[in-house]
Design a protein around this ligand. Sequence first.
Ligand code: TRP
Length: 331
Amino acid sequence: MERNVVYSAVQPSGIPTIGNYIGSVRNWLALQEEYACYFAMANMHAITVRHDPALLRRRTLELCALYIACGIDPEKCTLYVQSQVPQHAELCWTLNSVAYVGEMERMTQFKDKSRKHEDNINMGLMDYPVLMAADILLYQTDLVPVGQDQTQHVEIARDIAIRFNNRYGETFRVPKTLVYKQGAKICSLQDPTKKMSKSDENPNACVFMTDDRDTIIRKFKRAVTDSGSEINFSEDKPGISNLLSIYCAFKNRTAEEAEREFEGMGYGDFKLCVGETVADALAPVQAEQTRILADKEYLSGVLARGAEQAFRAARKTLDKVYRKIGFYRGE
Ligand code: TRP
């Protein structure tokens, strides 16, 4: 029987944080055992805000090496760079005629980014969700694992698929969102009511996957906590709850187990303990990422194979789309 298809991607902009790791990549590990997985470096999405070309190229490889270091196995899934598969842009263009301007203008992320980049509200920024729909629909995807902030985009991809199917006949499988349970949202260490973001202006707000041990521990020591002295999950303790979530994710503990472990401990020692836990967990991943990055031949081989596999699957869907929509394809 054909395996169900899982699709997800991360933009190679900035350095991934432990929030990205827990929130996405780590959840992919179990999925690759069971599904036909496509994981992409979404570099075409990354140019919708101002960027440095040399840095984008470097970050793309770093992200790929990080995926592999985290345990994503290129033998089990298709790991590729989005721009190497031209069907993404081609399907995006086709879907542009099915997506409405009004629905794009209403997207939360578009509104946020428009506010943040007032001087650069480009067409690509608005079209971002359509390109994402193209990513997903090209592979006849069943499941899209994403963090909470991307669920609206998957909804739009579903709407676009349904609309296209209704208009032109059954073409796309309609994907479902898979929102992770544990650690779906890791928050800023400086403002635990906000999601941890790699583009945060305050460098103490997030822990990058490449931070060294001292930096990690320093950031945790500076993490904001709440009033009171008890270490437990609680609505009115966003800071402590966030630190506990991070601890649970890295140590594979349940909430109750973690609360019991820290019973009677002061906030200072607790923060140090979480910092050390994260530093210990990241050390082997970082060493492996460095090793892989140095092996240029291996890395380019992985990406060439990934692009080829993705290309084959994407071409099949795009052929169908072009047939349905009435594009001349030679006789
Ligand atoms: N927009 C996603 C993010 O910023 C990345 C992404 C691009 C993606 N294409 C995708 C995620 C397709 C899931 C499916 O996190």
